[in-house]
Design a protein around this ligand. Sequence first.
Ligand code: SME
Length: 155
Amino acid sequence: MDVLKEVENALSSAESPETALRSVCTLLREGVEHYDWVGFYMVEGDELVLGPYSGAPTEHVRIGFGEGICGQAAETGNVFVVQDVSKESNYLSCSPDVRSEIVLPIYDDGEIIGELDIDSHRISPFGDEDRKMLEKVCSMVAKTVRRCGNGKKHI
Ligand code: SME
């Protein structure tokens, strides 16, 4: 089964938002070789708050809009694909192993409710296929969050 199908199944059968989002993180991280950290940040006021994730713990549990790649994605509403984090000035490092990152805003009814954040230990690993697949994941996540809440209370 492909990763997208597995994500779809996990989201439709999950018993709580927390388990749903956590399953998505695990499936993506285990299913795609160049995904080394996969997590969700949920919008709370003008901050992003870390939700379920898979990978090494991060000190960036709260990120203000505009701060780092995540904060810039939240502020602008755009997908950020950073193929080499060493070239970024507004970047929050979680670990020296991380070389690249993709951040996708999650929209519900035109409003950003959170983000999907993925780090890779490789340089330039993210292609169009990643972006398209992850955009679909975000739209499925938005529907799940609308149905049963966002899971941010159970980090
Ligand atoms: N690198 C992010 C911070 C979050 S971690 O990748 C988990 C950023 O610059 O916003």
